[in-house]
Design a protein. Structure first.
Lengths: 159, 597
């Protein structure tokens, strides 16, 4: 992936985050959570700085980032769409809903549309199984979504 | 609490909040204020009531009226009619689907009748963000009793006598686990609460943490007292923001009341709790993997022994229990082991919480005594199968469990019975499937999950599960052979026998149980190249019956790829080469003219 040059203010912010966890290597996951919260994702340069500050190998940081599905190395869309693929949603037709989102936005799971507006991801159970199948866009939860509702949902965010 | 004459409880669980329960709360409060009743009626946002299917739920005390599917605009009517005039709002009450009678009190509803709530005792009853309400329901009394009247060993004995077994899925006796941890001497020990609920379709732990966080904190302190640990850590999924928030509030309140911190209740016992966040890895439910994740590493499991009780977090003796296990502890101490072990079956005492979901009428969170049959759960509590369809299978134990069928419906649910029929208790997910579900696809769905979640450390799990997935994929594409079924069986056995941790040792269960219980369906896929439930896309075709089609053009207008041709008032035809098999046409057709072949 292309290297992104980080602005000094961002580097300072990262240094500050690491410091708030006493620069301890064992706090790596907490640091990554905080960094992703701040930057939205964890590109290679962010990982390099974290490795330097916590005094651990970059490979170790990369290993942890790629191990956990919550961490992402690519930026999410302005409106991140998550389709619940928990079993309850699956048996109530989540797969068809996912296919429809993929088809309408013409973008595969885990990627962002060219205009940066939407990204699609799957998640495992938000715990609202009574509303299955469930789709979340940002903080908003849509329940009992059918493939036929997809176009209308996307429209809400396109204006 | 005495000063209020009435209480209005609103479900603040994730499902109901997604359906605007916060707006309902605001509207109720506004309506009360407008009538000058805010001093007399209290509005409380509680944890999950369990009856998610009919949410959002609003309950009125003291008369125990249970309103379902409430909308924010109903608030005014509830205040005007019920609170002021004392008349129930009939249209918001639950109607028993069989007897067609209105039931206003939840105690008499089929969904609640067979339930015994121990772990969920306070969910939907108290305000989880108010420690006083927890204390008013005997909260922290058990901790007080342990610290002032009992020795650590007598607490352990009580838990052993209760017969409580780990609710995270393994079913290991909790008292024994505590005893092991207490016998290892060290300068530092840890109590860990496993709140990394990764089983898709299960939300028991989340509901307990959202609805009654103090019960878990209290139990962790009791555990700390028995084993000599002064630090507790809750490892919780980052995907559970509401549970995290409520825990933070609860920890701060407990510290303020001196129920966490130094010299708790003047006993000289110190205990404090902090939180660690998971980052989305199913394998971290395994305790050694969880501990590595807490240490900031990749969540890979390690060989036991050494068990965490000897060498766990930071190399120190550590006891890991699941949320639901902890939630049972205070009640056992308060009411005694003798009370607890009379509930349930001989070898599986107490109750179990299940997240009932899938093709069932009453989706929700339930707690039943061990030994309740699957039939009672699915038909009496769950209200039967949705849309009058036929029951096909029930899946317990998530990706580690199996699919049980009609013939298992009268099996009493407990740890050992479920294992004996090729499934397992697991953490408590229970997914009901109907005649439209293809069991090969279901097995493939679980394997897809396992392949993604396998940590990759040991070969059988990393490579073996991938091969299982590929074989299942081949079968659903109509390219499978009968030999593939034998291969699936053999490979499954090898993976089970040779994997390092619980994930790989159980991941083939969905495959084995579906082959065992639905062999005919596999045969139909490999020999006739047909999917009897019409779910496998590669094996089906949508066709229009020219006899039934009236030429209304609705299907053609709704087809996303324009593959339906035909003139108005004439039978239409689907171009099967262009059809993407999305099913939109069949959904829209008002004349049942479209079918799957």
């Amino acid at each position: 992936m292309a290297k992104i040059k980080l602005a000094k203010s961002k580097v300072d912010k990262l240094v500050e985050i690491c410091k708030s966890f006493n620069n301890e290597g064992s706090e790596l996951i907490n640091v990554l959570h905080k960094a992703q919260e701040t930057f939205g994702y964890l590109p290679a340069e962010v990982q390099e700085i974290i490795a330097r500050e916590l005094n651990v190998a970059v490979a170790h940081v990369y290993g942890v980032v790629t191990f956990y599905s919550f961490f992402s190395m690519v930026p999410k869309g302005e409106f991140p769409i998550s389709i619940c693929m928990g079993t309850a949603c699956y048996v109530r037709g989540a797969e068809k809903v996912l296919e429809e989102f993929k088809r309408q936005l013409d973008v595969p799971v885990g990627e962002t549309t060219e205009d940066g507006k939407f990204s699609i991801s799957c998640l495992r159970c938000v715990g609202a199984c009574g509303l299955a199948p469930v789709v979340t866009i940002g903080e908003r939860v849509y329940g009992r979504v059918a493939a036929g509702d997809v176009a209308d949902i996307i429209k809400e965010y396109q204006s | 609490m005495e000063k209020y004459k009435m209480h209005i409880l609103i479900c603040g669980g994730t499902g109901c909040r997604a359906s605007a329960s916060e707006a309902i709360q605001n509207n109720l409060q506004d309506a009360l204020k407008a009538k000058g009743l805010e001093e007399e009626v209290q509005v409380v946002m509680t944890g999950c009531f369990g009856f998610c299917e009919k949410g959002p739920i609003v309950k009125i005390l003291p008369d125990n009226t249970f309103y379902i599917e409430v909308k924010p605009e109903d608030a005014e009517e509830i205040i005007e009619e019920h609170i002021i005039k004392g008349r129930k709002v009939m249209r918001l009450l639950y109607t028993d689907p069989e007897k067609k009678e209105v039931v206003s009190d939840s105690k008499h509803m089929g969904f609640y009748k067979k339930q015994i709530r121990i772990a969920l005792r306070n969910c939907g009853f108290i305000n989880p963000e108010n420690i006083d309400e927890y204390i008013a329901t005997e909260g922290y009394a058990a901790l007080g009793k342990c610290l002032t009247e009992m020795t650590p060993q007598s607490v352990i004995n009580e838990i052993k006598d209760s017969g409580l077994r780990g609710r995270g899925g393994g079913g290991f006796p909790t008292g024994l686990k505590w005893e092991f941890a207490s016998k290892n001497d060290a300068d530092q020990k840890y109590v860990v609460c496993n709140a990394d609920e990764g089983d898709p379709g299960a939300f028991m732990d989340r509901s307990i943490l959202e609805g009654d966080p103090h019960s878990v904190l209290e139990a962790m302190a009791i555990c700390g007292y028995t084993m000599g640990a002064d630090k507790g850590v809750i490892y919780i999924r980052a995907e559970y923001p509401l549970a995290i928030e409520r825990l933070k509030v609860a920890i701060a309140q407990a510290r303020e009341y001196g129920l966490l911190g130094n010299d708790i209740l003047g006993s000289g016992f110190n205990f404090d709790v902090e939180m660690r966040y998971g980052a989305g890895a199913f394998v971290c439910g395994e305790e050694t993997a969880l501990i590595h994740s807490m240490e900031g590493l990749r969540g890979e499991p390690t060989v036991k022994p050494p068990f965490p009780a000897e060498s766990g977090y930071n190399g120190k003796p550590t006891n890991v229990n699941n949320v639901e296990t902890f939630a049972n502890i205070p009640v056992i101490i308060n009411k005694g082991a003798g009370w607890f072990n009379k509930i349930g079956t001989e070898k599986s005492t107490g109750t179990k919480v299940f997240a009932l979901a899938g093709k069932i009428n009453n989706v929700g969170l339930i707690e039943v005594p061990m030994g309740t049959t699957l039939r009672e759960v699915i038909y009496e509590i769950g209200g039967g199968i949705k849309d009058g369809k036929k029951f096909k299978a029930v899946q317990t134990g998530g990706p580690s469990g199996g699919c049980l069928t009609e013939k298992h419906l009268d099996t009493p649910i407990d740890f050992d019975n479920l294992l004996a029929v090729g499934s397992m208790m697991g953490s408590g997910g229970m997914i009901v499937m109907d005649e439209d579900d293809c069991m090969v696809s279901v097995a493939k769905f679980y394997l897809d999950f396992t392949v993604e979640e396998s940590c990759g450390k040991c070969t059988p799990c990393r490579v073996g599960n991938k091969r299982l997935y590929e074989l299942l994929d081949k079968i659903t594409e109509g390219k499978g052979t009968k030999e593939d079924l034998d291969l699936l069986r053999n490979l499954s056995t090898v993976i089970k026998d040779t994997s390092l941790c619980g994930l790989g040792q159980t991941s083939p269960n969905p495959v084995l149980s579906t082959i065992e219980n639905f062999y005919d369906e596999y045969i139909a896929h490999v020999e006739e190249h047909k999917c009897p439930s019409g779910q496998c896309k590669a094996l089906m075709q949508y066709v229009i019956d020219p006899e039934l089609c009236v030429g209304c053009t609705l299907c053609a207008r709704n087809c996303p790829v324009d593959c339906i041709a035909g003139d108005r008032k004439e039978a239409h035809i689907i171009d099967t080469a262009k059809c993407i098999k999305c099913g939109a046409c069949m959904e829209k057709c008002k004349f049942n003219a479209i079918s799957i072949q």
